[in-house]
Design a protein around this ligand. Structure first.
Ligand SMILES: CCCCCCCCCCCCCCCC(=O)SCCNC(=O)CCNC(=O)[C@H](O)C(C)(C)COP(=O)(O)OP(=O)(O)OC[C@H]1O[C@@H](n2cnc3c(N)ncnc32)[C@H](O)[C@@H]1OP(=O)(O)O
Ligand SMILES: NC(=O)C1=CN([C@@H]2O[C@H](COP(=O)(O)OP(=O)(O)OC[C@H]3O[C@@H](n4cnc5c(N)ncnc54)[C@H](OP(=O)(O)O)[C@@H]3O)[C@@H](O)[C@H]2O)C=CC1
Length: 515
């Protein structure tokens, strides 16, 4: 019998960010392994013209929840969406809903955040710091609360090379930052942002670090744990391999590579690609929830959910496997044949951006214009290059995260729990995982049917022929221009032509003699 699954049975659980990538995988696992849980409250905001119920309906009807619906047919009765916007004071939760939440909740999983790297500091502070503070304040009024689990990121201290499972101080106290955001205007915030984030690359990592300090300060009297995942990728095993539903992290770049948009990237090939599957993060999160509530550690424990120190994979290995899978099972309607070169200097990056990215985009836009269609490729390419410039920081460095708490937690699990809530990344086969990830991107993100693979292969062959024809035509044009303008080129041309004709006549003569 699984101790963790049994622990969540009969519990009332509050999840923020349940409509996000990790939140959905967390909810799915909870329902699948503890179908007898009492209720899951989810804080949801209406979005894209959808009501809360419509959003929940959409999640439950996705492929991710197929197994859950078999195991727990009344799953829809066990989800209680609560209208809440974490940008608002008190989250805009109604009085009745708040009373119910405060009186019933046993466990809180705080997943909601803005994960945009370039978010305005005011917004990032509001969501990643102030909302965390408010949620902790709510949690402190929950008489039945057993554990509060906060999702942070392994990159909250990415300004350090070696990161321990501790909370590091920031130069300015989070409370001062929260206060200042209330009265500073946007222009001043823009001016001080680089000074505040210091040697971190973006507002996301900075505000997640502030959020951790808030958790430590405000949650001193609660049972709290912090989970720090690295780069979260598609699911490894559960509920099935390769599930992913957003473009964050590597997923967007896998699409760009598979579709032939991205053909070179500035990355350090041997740097560690610290990916971690979403189901591994969720298993560790649930195990930490159980441990925090049952064993009540004296201090806030931080768990690094990373792969680099236990089972390292580098960007070269990842890039090659992405490419190999895209050749085996190509994406439909590729722009060019997939290729993944790693550039290491600014010069080569600019060169390949011009030759391999911008030039084909311009040529294709001209073609679109000539055929009476709206040019769009250059716009897409600029967006992609901007995205890459934001991710570059993370693919050109390696970090070391200590994992003592994570290993301790693993040793505390029963053999049954180690199997059911597996977060031992040493068992992960990277080549298999990356292949499933790419296939998952194709199926669940791009919604491409596997029946279209032969046509996609045919399309790649056509692109290869176009590529050869284009290169030959380009060579001939350049050569013609050189001959017209440069005596040396003419001499070389005369030499080649006479050499070929001599060779041909010798070949003809020798074959006549043999006859
Ligand atoms: C060979 C293989 C090598 C693989 C190599 C992988 C390296 C991978 C390193 C990751 C390293 C993370 C390490 C921290 C891990 C955490 O702790 S945080 C979680 C990760 N968070 C993220 O990844 C967020 C990153 N994204 C962003 O911050 C913003 O999207 C950006 C990059 C600033 C772009 O902002 P923007 O220009 O305003 O664009 P945005 O409105 O977000 O989206 C515009 C369009 O681009 C699309 N888009 C958004 N993101 C992407 C993307 N990543 N790619 C493509 N399209 C995208 C959107 O769908 C949208 O399309 P439309 O709906 O308009 O058709
Ligand atoms: N993905 C990754 O690579 C990593 C993620 N993490 C952390 O894991 C957690 C979950 O990340 P992930 O699932 O990928 O993120 P997503 O962007 O997929 O999900 C974010 C969630 O937060 C919710 N949210 C955002 N703003 C508000 C708001 N104003 N009010 C209510 N809800 C809001 C979103 O709701 P809505 O659907 O309405 O937008 C969504 O449910 C985050 O804390 C992140 O920092 C850590 C390391 C890596």
């Amino acid at each position: 019998m699984s101790m963790i699954a049994a622990f969540y049975g009969g519990k009332s659980i509050l999840i923020t960010g349940a409509t996000g990538f990790l939140g959905k995988v967390l909810m799915e696992k909870l329902f699948r392994t503890s179908p007898d849980l009492k209720i899951i409250y989810i804080l949801v905001r209406p979005k894209a013209g959808q009501t809360l119920q419509q959003r929940v309906f959409q999640i439950l009807n996705s492929k991710l929840f197929e197994k859950v619906k078999e195991i727990c047919p009344n799953v829809h009765e066990k989800i209680r969406p609560i209208s809440a916007d974490l940008n608002q004071h008190d989250f805009g939760i109604s009085k009745e809903d708040l009373e119910e939440l405060l009186s019933s909740t046993n466990i809180v999983f705080h997943c909601a955040a803005t994960v945009r790297f370039d978010d305005h500091l005011r917004h990032a502070v509001q969501l990643n710091v102030t909302a965390t503070q408010q949620l902790l304040s709510m949690a402190s009024q929950m008489p039945k609360l057993e554990a509060f689990i906060h999702l942070s990121t392994a990159f909250s201290n990415c300004n350090l090379k070696h990161i321990d499972e501790v909370i590091y101080p920031c130069s300015v106290e989070p409370k001062k930052i929260i206060d200042s955001m209330e009265w500073l205007d946007d222009a001043i915030i823009d001016e001080i942002t680089p000074k505040l984030i210091g040697d971190r690359p973006n507002t996301y990592t900075y505000t997640k670090a502030l959020g951790e300090i808030v958790v430590q300060q405000e949650g001193a009297n609660m049972n709290i744990a912090i989970i720090r995942p690295s780069i979260v990728g598609a699911t490894w095993q559960e509920p099935f391999p390769g599930w992913v539903d957003n473009l964050n992290g590597p997923s967007g770049l896998i699409i760009a590579t598979g579709k032939g948009f991205l053909r070179a990237i500035k990355a350090t090939p041997m740097a560690i690609a610290d990916l971690i599957p979403a189901d591994t993060v969720v298993n560790l999160t649930l195990a930490a929830g159980w441990y925090t509530a049952v064993h009540r550690p004296k201090s806030t424990l931080i768990y690094h959910c990373t792969s680099g120190n236990l089972n390292p994979c580098n960007w070269l290995k990842m890039g090659l496997q992405v490419l190999a899978t895209c050749e085996k099972v190509p994406f439909e309607k590729a722009f060019r044949r997939p290729k993944a070169d790693f550039t290491t200097t600014r010069f080569t990056t600019h060169y390949w951006n011009a030759v391999s990215h911008r030039a084909p985009a311009i040529i294709y836009d001209i073609y679109l214009r000539l055929t009476g269609r709206k040019p769009r490729v250059m716009k897409l390419m600029n967006r992609l290059l901007r995205t890459i410039s934001m991710l570059e920081y993370f693919i050109n460095r390696s970090w070391e995260w200590s994992t003592h708490n994570t290993e301790m937690l693993m040793s505390m699990l029963s053999p049954e729990d180690q199997r059911m809530f597996n977060f031992d990344v040493r068992q992960l086969n990277w080549l298999e995982y990356i292949e499933n990830y790419v296939l998952g991107v194709k199926k669940y993100l791009l919604k491409e049917d596997m029946a279209g693979v032969p046509e996609a292969r045919q399309h790649l062959r056509r692109l290869r022929n176009i590529h050869y024809l284009f290169n030959i035509a380009l060579f001939l044009i350049i050569w013609r221009l050189l001959i017209a303008r440069w005596q040396m080129a003419r001499n070389v041309w005369v030499f080649i032509v006479s050499f070929c004709s001599k060779f041909l006549s010798y070949f003809r003569a020798s074959s006549t003699l043999k006859l």
